[in-house]
Design a protein around this ligand. Structure first.
Ligand code: NAD
Length: 369
């Protein structure tokens, strides 16, 4: 079986789907791996490292047209879909809920596609979970980005030039990205607090040395450990508590998401106006519209003296390690789905079934699911 890894073409994407360590494992399995020349350069992985791991280097044509299995980070462009061999397989992030037309095209080309964001969040599939690995990187990077936009120091310093009190960081949404943001802000010396609508995360927040901002009778946990929307009364109580707390914060990191829904709007203009000039908000939920009503996805704006960042693709900014983690996730999936050198599509399998979005010319998920 031939595996192809193209250079990512989406704007700003610096990650690569496979790193040399995974190439070595695939070669040991008897698989042939072709890497597009320069595919790893933006993740600081030279072509030579792939060759030493046993890969062949190729041009885009050989990567797409001669491969039985193509591995990508970002969804393929229309041009890339047209190059995929009929009967081949694709493993990539595909944003299937909002890309029905892409899935139809893949189906029409007879491509079996697996969406990495649909890895079930179960213990067995944990090592394939790209949402977790990339959110971990995003949570870390969000804090560094926010700290670099502050005109203040985060750690407490006692120096001959005087004493600097520690900065205050507030993390809204304590899922995978939020917990990593808490840990990173703590390592930088900030005094950290956090809020989440799932009370179950209180202990996790506290175990990282942060304070959990309690809001009476606010709890919104759905099946699978995810959040659901708050009802109007709970929302009102949460808003009042956040408004009270946020005005004293130097750095706010928001990561709140509800699966299948736009990012909840949590930080209002009034709250921003109450913050000290020079404070910074990093809206990690910008890709889904943002948690702050003033966020402009992909931009940095200054409103009422507060800098609001809406970064897209934070994980790509830490391209080397984000690629390493993505590659390990994808490698574990390939080792699971390839048996004796053959891709085995068992749609009844609890991991393969939910991830397979096109097979035998059919799109396998419903609109908006
Ligand atoms: P996510 O990205 O969907 O959401 C981020 C956080 O935002 C969540 O903690 C959510 O509760 C919170 N949130 C939503 N609305 C909010 C609001 N209005 N105000 C404040 N916070 C709000 O979640 P995620 O980080 O991908 O994961 C959430 C949970 O999923 C985990 O904590 C865990 O329980 C589960 N999970 C399980 C596995 C596994 O078993 N393999 C892997 C990853 C995650």
């Amino acid at each position: 079986m031939h595996i192809g890894v193209p250079k990512e073409t989406a704007s700003g994407e610096q990650r690569v789907a496979l790193v040399p360590a995974a190439v070595s494992s695939f070669v040991k399995m008897g698989l042939d791996v072709v890497i597009e020349r320069g595919a790893g350069l933006e993740a600081r992985i030279p072509d030579q490292a792939y060759e030493e791991a046993g890969a062949r280097l190729g041009d885009p044509a050989s990567v797409f047209e001669a491969s039985d299995l193509v591995l990508k980070v970002q969804k393929p462009s229309a041009d890339e879909v047209g190059r995929l061999k009929s009967g081949s397989a694709l493993v990539s992030l595909l944003h299937p809920a909002t890309n029905r037309a892409l899935l139809e095209q893949l189906g029409q080309r007879g491509v079996t596609a697996f969406a990495m964001e649909l890895v079930p969040r179960t213990t067995k599939a944990q090592s394939m979970d790209v949402l977790s690995s990339q959110a971990t990187v995003a949570g870390y990077q969000a804090v560094l980005l926010g700290a670099s936009h502050l005109s203040r120091l985060l750690p407490m310093l006692t120096t001959a030039a005087g004493t600097i009190p520690p900065g205050k960081a507030f993390v809204i949404g304590a899922g995978v990205a939020g917990l990593q943001a808490i840990a990173t802000a703590r390592r930088l010396g900030a005094v950290v607090s956090a809020f989440d609508v799932r009370p179950v995360v209180k202990e996790q927040v506290q175990s990282l040395g942060a304070r959990f901002v309690e809001v009476e009778a606010v709890a919104a946990e759905a099946a699978g450990g995810y959040a659901k929307e708050l009802d109007a009364e709970q929302q009102d109580r949460a808003n009042r508590a956040i408004a009270e707390h946020i005005r004293d914060m130097d750095l706010v990191i928001t990561t709140a998401q509800i699966p299948g829904r736009p990012s909840p709007k949590i930080i209002t203009e009034e709250m921003v106006a109450s913050m000290r000039p020079g404070s910074v908000i990093v809206d990690v939920a910008a890709e889904g519209g943002g948690n702050c009503t003033l966020t402009r996805p992909g931009e940095t704006v200054s409103v009422h003296g507060v800098t609001i960042l809406g970064p897209l693709n934070l994980a790509s900014m830490v391209s080397h390690h984000a690629s390493q983690m993505y590659s390990k996730n994808i490698q574990t999936f390939i080792e699971y789905v390839v048996k004796d050198g053959v891709l085995t599509v068992d749609l009844d399998d609890p991991i393969i079934g939910p991830m397979c979005v096109t097979h035998d010319g059919q799109v396998r998920i419903g609109e908006g699911s």
